[in-house]
Write a protein that binds this ligand. Structure first.
Ligand code: NAD
Length: 238
C-alpha cells in the first residue's frame, strides 16, 4: 500500500522501518517542518494515512484525511475531548477511522485481562484498585491514553468506582491513575488491587516501540478499503 505518514517522529520512523517487509511504501512523510505539504491533493496519493503527531494537531489532521477520502489510523493520544466532533465528521463523510490508545498486541491482550480481573473484583470490595503508568519525559499528555482505556475498562464493570482522577485520592469512588515520567521508558502500565491480606498486580512493560508500530501497520492493512469506525479489538479478533 501507499501510506501517508503524518507525524515523522519516534513512532512515524518506527512504522516506516517495518513497511518494506510488509510490502508498503511511504508516499508522504509529514512533520512540523513540512506541514504545508499536508494537503488534500497530497493525501490522495495514499491508500491509507497513519497519524502519530500529538494531542494538539491530531484532530485537524484527521479531518483533513476524512476530507481527502482516505482511511486513517490514529495513534496520537490526549485529544479524546474532540472525539464526538471527529466521529461525526467521519460519519458525515462516510469515511474510515481507527483510533487506538495503544496498538500493541500485548497491550490489547492486557486490556482484556484488566476487564476480566475487574469483573472478578466486583464482588470483593476489600480490594482497593489503582493504576500507574510510566513513560519517557517527552510524553505530552497525562495520564496516558492507554491508562485511560484501562480505567474505562475498570469503571465499566467495577460498581464501587465512578470516575478516574490523575492524582492521589481519598475518595473511595475515585479510581487513582498515577503518572510517572522517567527516561527512556517506552511505556509501562500497572493495575494493582490491594487488601489487608494480599495484593494482586498485573503489569505490561513495552521494551521498545516495535509492537506499537507493527500494530499500526496491521490496523492500516485492516482499514484499507473499508468505511466506518473500528478498534484494535476488530483488527486482532479479540
Ligand atoms: N497509540 C499508540 O500505540 C502510541 C504509541 C506511542 C506513542 N503514541 C502517541 O503518538 C504521538 C506521537 O508520539 P511520538 O513518540 O512519535 O512523538 P514524537 O514527538 O517523536 O513525534 C511527533 C511527530 O509529529 C510531528 N508533528 C508535531 N506537530 C505536528 C503538526 N502540527 N503537524 C504535523 N506534524 C507534527 C513532529 O514533528 C514529529 O515528527 C503521541 O501522542 C504519543 O502519545 C501512541
Amino acid at each position: 500500500m501507499n501510506i501517508a505518514l503524518i507525524g515523522y517522529g519516534k513512532m512515524g520512523k518506527a512504522i516506516e522501518s517495518l513497511m518494506p517487509d510488509r510490502g508498503h511504501q511511504a508516499v508522504l512523510k509529514i512533520d512540523e517542518h513540512n506541514r504545508a505539504s499536508l494537503t488534500v491533493e497530497q493525501l490522495r496519493q495514499a491508500d491509507v494515512a497513519i497519524e502519530f503527531t500529538g494531542p494538539d494537531s491530531a484532530p485537524e489532521n484527521l479531518l483533513l484525511c476524512l476530507e481527502a477520502g482516505i482511511p486513517v489510523v490514529c495513534g496520537s493520544t490526549g485529544w479524546l475531548d474532540q472525539w464526538s466532533r471527529i466521529k461525526a465528521a467521519c460519519e458525515a463523510q462516510n469515511g474510515a477511522l481507527l483510533y487506538a490508545s495503544n496498538f500493541s498486541v500485548g497491550v490489547n491482550i492486557f486490556f482484556a485481562l484488566n476487564q476480566r480481573l475487574a469483573e472478578l473484583m466486583n464482588t470483593h470490595p476489600e480490594y482497593e484498585v489503582s493504576l500507574t503508568e510510566i513513560h519517557h519525559t517527552a510524553k505530552r499528555d497525562a495520564p496516558s491514553g492507554t491508562a485511560i482505556t484501562l480505567a474505562e475498562g475498570i469503571l465499566g464493570v467495577l460498581d464501587r468506582k465512578k470516575d478516574w482522577v490523575n492524582h492521589l485520592s481519598d475518595h473511595p469512588e475515585e479510581l487513582e491513575i498515577l503518572s510517572e515520567r522517567i527516561d527512556p521508558a517506552p511505556g509501562t502500565h500497572k493495575v494493582r488491587y490491594t487488601s489487608d491480606i494480599d495484593d494482586i498486580e498485573i503489569t505490561h512493560t513495552a521494551h521498545n516501540r516495535k509492537g506499537f508500530a507493527l500494530g499500526a501497520l496491521l490496523a492500516a492493512e485492516y482499514i484499507y478499503g473499508k468505511k466506518g469506525i473500528y478498534t484494535m479489538k476488530q483488527v486482532l479478533g479479540l
